[in-house]
Write a protein that binds this ligand. Structure first.
Ligand code: TRP
Ligand code: ZN
Ligand code: CA
Length: 453
């Protein structure tokens, strides 16, 4: 770079970096109560200023599948289905209710009439939490008459049940009040969930901070679809799958085709997951998710073959864990945890026109991904900051350029806070700041840097 070379031929008087560096180290040491010795490249232990939110437990796939087996047995014993108005539906309700009652839930059966038959919604409240902020999660429990409805929607019903049981096992004390719902007569046109919402007084509706819907989450040829509704709910799900390195797509197989619609229609923030029904998996989707292109996500959709054999275990496992993750995350508080600081204050010389050096901080105890506005604060003492190239390296090695070199930025030091969209990066792990001095003569050192989540 010609302008860069030029400034070396016409140097301006500057103080020596070493003297200023020594002063800076003394000042930093006095403030931080450390660093009484010479600068060193040894990484200091990171610290953080606040405890992270409690992480959701892994939901055991075997438990979710045990519920599916029970629902299959109920269908088999009752004419092959669990449809609205049939004995298999009532038996399904009784099975779920029995588990919840034994775990300490307050359960309510809400009766309604549809198509000349009696139907029920099952509502389960977990005692505690702020009654003014209610987080709901739900699934339809009825099948069509033509089959046992194991993927549609034993899968969502069982994952929500097992999440509710995990809440009880863990003794979760969420900030928000938690409520779970199993809806009747979804297959007749969302009749149970419509009945629930229509009969919820407006003062009660106003307390529902969000509704999460799970309808078909174990499809045998699965896709990973996230509802494109409330952005905060959507990003909790997307971040979870990103942390598993599972790509997601926006759900487009029919907005309003499930029980979130009545909630959405009265202004309640909604979200949810879906692994696909009768649409065909494209070759692009088969490439990213595996499975078979050119056939439907669920070839047994609304058929007699929607049995326990009609489940992809990996999809059911991932989605069940995602249900728990969302329930834990979204019930934890009104704002996501923030203000945790991970700092490395060990001095690190940056060799003049030399190799890049890195300084690490270790992030642990977080769930999911890093924020979309991750703050990276950098304090570098240097006699010509234009020499410096600075990158943030995520735990998987992806790099984010914070600052380029510049031939005409002759100011001293880098004292800056950069904002990085790190929402595709797993939060936990070793993050690095990489600093390289790319031009001869002026030199300096990394004094400290920190990440604020
Ligand atoms: N609820 C639908 C049914 O049982 C299934 C379904 C189709 C769906 N498309 C959807 C669910 C999109 C959620 C989102 O027939
Ligand atoms: Zn259905
Ligand atoms: Ca230099």
């Amino acid at each position: 770079m010609s302008s860069h070379a030029e400034r070396h031929t016409a140097p301006t008087p500057r103080r020596s970096w070493s003297r200023r560096a020594a002063l800076a180290v003394t000042a930093a040491g006095a403030v931080l109560g450390l660093l009484t010795t010479a600068p060193t490249a040894t990484a200091a232990a990171p610290h953080r200023s606040a405890a992270p939110a409690v992480a959701a437990p892994d939901i055991p796939l075997a438990n979710v599948k045990a519920h599916l087996s029970q629902l299959q047995s109920i269908a088999t014993a009752n004419g092959g289905n669990r449809a609205h108005g049939r004995a298999g539906y009532r038996a399904s309700i009784d099975y779920i209710k029995g588990k919840l009652d034994a775990a300490g839930y307050t359960t309510t059966l809400q009766q309604f009439t549809a198509g000349g038959a009696t139907g029920w919604n099952l509502i389960a409240d977990w005692p505690g939490g702020d009654p003014q902020q209610v987080l709901m999660a739900g699934a339809h429990l009825d099948s069509v008459t033509s089959g046992p409805g194991i993927n549609d929607n034993g899968s969502g019903s069982s994952a929500v049940l097992e999440t509710a049981l995990a809440v009880a096992r863990e003794g979760l004390q969420p900030t928000k009040h938690l409520r779970f719902g199993w809806w009747g007569a979804e297959e007749l046109g969302l009749l149970g969930s419509k009945y629930y919402v229509n009969n919820l007084p407006s003062t009660e509706r106003a307390k529902v901070a969000g509704y999460l819907n799970f309808d078909m989450i174990g499809s045998p040829n699965p896709g990973y679809f996230v509802y494109d509704d409330d952005p905060q709910i959507e990003s909790v799900f997307k971040n979870y799958f990103a942390s598993l390195n599972v790509p997601t797509e926006i759900e487009t197989e029919g907005d309003g085709r499930s029980d979130h619609a009545p909630f959405k229609n009265v202004g309640i923030p909604v979200g949810g997951l879906f692994t696909g029904a009768d649409y065909t998996k494209t070759s692009a989707q088969a490439q990213k998710w595996g499975g078979t292109a050119g056939t439907s996500f669920d070839r047994c959709y609304h058929s007699s073959c929607d049995t326990t054999a009609n489940i992809n275990d990996t999809a059911l496992d991932r989605n069940s864990d995602a249900v728990a993750h969302a329930v834990w995350t979204l019930s934890a508080g009104s704002t996501p945890p923030s203000g945790n600081v991970y700092e490395n204050a060990a001095d690190l010389p940056v060799p003049d026109a030399g190799a890049a050096v890195t300084s690490s901080v270790t992030v642990s105890g977080r769930t999911g991904n890093a924020p979309d506005a991750l703050k990276v604060s950098v304090d570098i003492k240097h006699t010509w900051r234009g020499d410096l190239v600075i990158d943030l390296l995520a735990p998987d090695g992806s790099s984010y350029r914070l600052k380029n070199s510049s031939g005409n930025d002759s100011a001293d030091n880098v004292l800056a806070t950069y904002t990085v969209n790190a929402s595709s990066e797993t939060a936990n792990g070793t993050w690095k700041l990489r600093v390289q001095d790319v031009a001869a003569q002026d030199t300096g050192y990394l004094d400290s840097w920190k990440l604020t989540f």
